[in-house]
Design a protein around this ligand. Sequence first.
Ligand code: ADP
Length: 594
Amino acid sequence: MTEPTFDTIFDDLIDANEELQGFLAILDALLPEASMLLVSEAGAVLEGARPLTLAPPVREKLVREARAADGFVAGKADNGARCHAVYLAKLSAVLIIACAAALEDDWEPGSAITSLLRNTLELAQYRQEREMLVADHEQSVRQINILQQQHGKLIEDNYRQYRLNQDREKEYARKLESEIAKQTAELREANARLEEISRLKSDFLANMSHELRTPMNAIIGFSELLSETPLAEEQLDYTRTIAQSATSLLTLINDILDLAKIEAGKLELERLPFDLAEVVGNVAAMFKIPAREKGVVVASRIDRRIPKRIMGDSNRLRQVLINLAGNAMKFTEQGGIDILVDYEREAAGQIVSRFSVRDSGIGIPADRVEAIFEKFTQADGSTTRKYGGTGLGLAICLQLVELMGGHLMVASEVGKGSTFSFVIPLEEAPAEIISIAEHKEAGREKIFSGGRILLVEDNAVNQRLAGILITREGYEVEVASDGAEALEHLRHQTFDLVLMDVQMPNMDGMEATRRIRKIEADPALRQGYVGLRNLQQPLVIVGLTAHARKEDETACYEAGMNGFLTKPIIKAKLVMILSEMMPPATCPENKDPA
Ligand code: ADP
């Protein structure tokens, strides 16, 4: 049997020839004494072990007979020895065996030698099968090993890939993080820039508001004064027209400033107690006279279930109602205007209420309903000429109502009328809180006149106007053009109250107030100031500012002022604040007990 050269490679290839050789090798070992010859079915010699020579005709006959009989066939070798041919179906070959020691009759079928041979052949076959099974098994083991190796390699590959992916993911996450950090930094920077721009814008607006209101102050104030002088009918008419135009211009300025403030997120609503019926009643009352002139009826009604005193921003609520009622007035020629507050429901301890302003006016075309809430937009372009207005009112109302927690809506039919409404939660005011406004109300009867006032104001027109208004109310007035001059006046004269403009060149009102408070607090310094030396209580200082912002109000108080008045100075407001803030000693009856 030939040794396979590449055993590891060809081990798996057990072919018929190998099977045949294996069988012969086994048989060779089992029959050491025998000569053997393996012949194919066609009669060709396949393999010989220990030479057994047979003349081809003999061999062919033996093969033929053995195949036909499928068993043992006896014959003679060339040297005369007896031989036996066996057909091996499994190998498709005929085996011819000659045993030297065999007796003649032992070769008969069924004889001892035949049985021995037959058993030996079977044994050889079994052995070979076993070896083949073993080989199969080894092959399987080898294959399993290969598979295991491959499997291991796959696992390793997968693991490597997994690690690679993890590394890639980490790298990606790192990149992403740094990208996000970069973008966040950029956004922060952009945001800071925007905040700065917004701050500049709101400062600009504050300054503009000052610059705009100061001349308006003069126009309105002086036309008010002018109309009180003896005038011919025509002159009075012109004066009133000036005052009215200036007032509408001031309204427009206020509207623009309001909107800018809302858009900059700077508008904060107050939370103070107020009387709802009073606010609604006042708004209705405002329009009663012009309505009567047109033949339109104005009415107001509040559901009884709604609390009388409410916490909130009465000024802003009034502003919304005045705007809606003003529009209703403008666009209604007959019928009526109703201002209603209806109870909707109670939620979380608050009364959710519906405010409506209903009119029987011209109505709004359905396709314009959305547009009218936009800035500078009117239902019909031609209305500007006919009805006036700027298209800002509703845009402001919309935003104010939203700040109040509601949403402004309109239902309208052309030719029949419109109803503007919003639903907001109302919180009842606790009984013990009385607002400053209510204090003011209570103090109304305190109106009196008299006393010395130091007016600190840089603008000559405003000096004159405020001076005239103050003198007319029966007060004595001295004027200083800036903070430093005011301090100079206090060195030599006494005053009951200082009206201090906030924005002035040289020394502004804030600085002057801080200095006055410092002098008051130091007895040695105080000695040098006649106007501060003998006071029983700190000098009353009322700020005058065109800035109506909350932070300006706070700044005034922080500087040490006792109150403040926004410009333009309206006579009624001035009279009110002077009567409130003037120390009691100046009250005529206190001064002159007789
Ligand atoms: P303005 O009245 O100053 O023009 P508004 O924002 O208050 O600005 O109103 C915008 C437009 O909405 C008005 O010009 C008008 O066309 C329409 N409008 C508002 N209220 C009414 C109303 N009650 N009836 C009819 N049209 C109205």
